[in-house]
Ligand binder design. Structure first.
Ligand code: SF4
Ligand code: SF4
Length: 119
């Protein structure tokens, strides 16, 4: 069982990418970056956002981790949504996703995957 936290771009989630339908579809079908779980059960522990500012991602993940521990339902892996990939690759978002992945892994000891769906 893999327990997943998804972090989305606050400016894209539910504004351009409505209701996160694409990621839920990809997860159900084990497509895109979710293909790695094709032989595994998954549980979505949480679905949060960057907080709308590059400096907010790490504090928000910290808070999410602390609350998930408080509620007795910790996540194993963090997916940085395809929305964040698009924001950084084509929309001038200043987050360096490779650096963010390294920081999150080092700070929180969680696996971090860049990307989610590939539609
Ligand atoms: S890429 Fe996924 S997490 Fe990001 S807004 Fe779209 S559906 Fe939601
Ligand atoms: S553009 Fe970057 S900092 Fe702004 S909301 Fe999206 S991911 Fe977050």
């Amino acid at each position: 069982m893999k327990k997943i936290l998804v972090v989305a771009c606050d400016n894209i989630r539910d504004k351009h990418c409505i209701a996160c339908l694409k990621c839920f579809k990809a997860l159900a079908r084990r497509e895109g970056e979710f293909a790695r779980y094709k032989d595994e059960e998954v549980q979505v522990v949480g679905w949060t956002t960057c907080g709308g500012c590059p400096g907010m991602v790490i504090p928000r993940v910290l808070l999410t981790k602390e609350l998930s521990e408080l509620y007795g339902n910790e996540f194993d892996v963090i997916h940085l949504g395809t929305c964040m990939v698009k924001a950084t690759s084509i929309c001038n978002c200043s987050i360096n996703l490779e650096e963010l992945k390294q920081k999150l892994e080092n700070l929180f000891g969680k696996e971090v995957v860049i990307g989610t769906h590939n539609y």
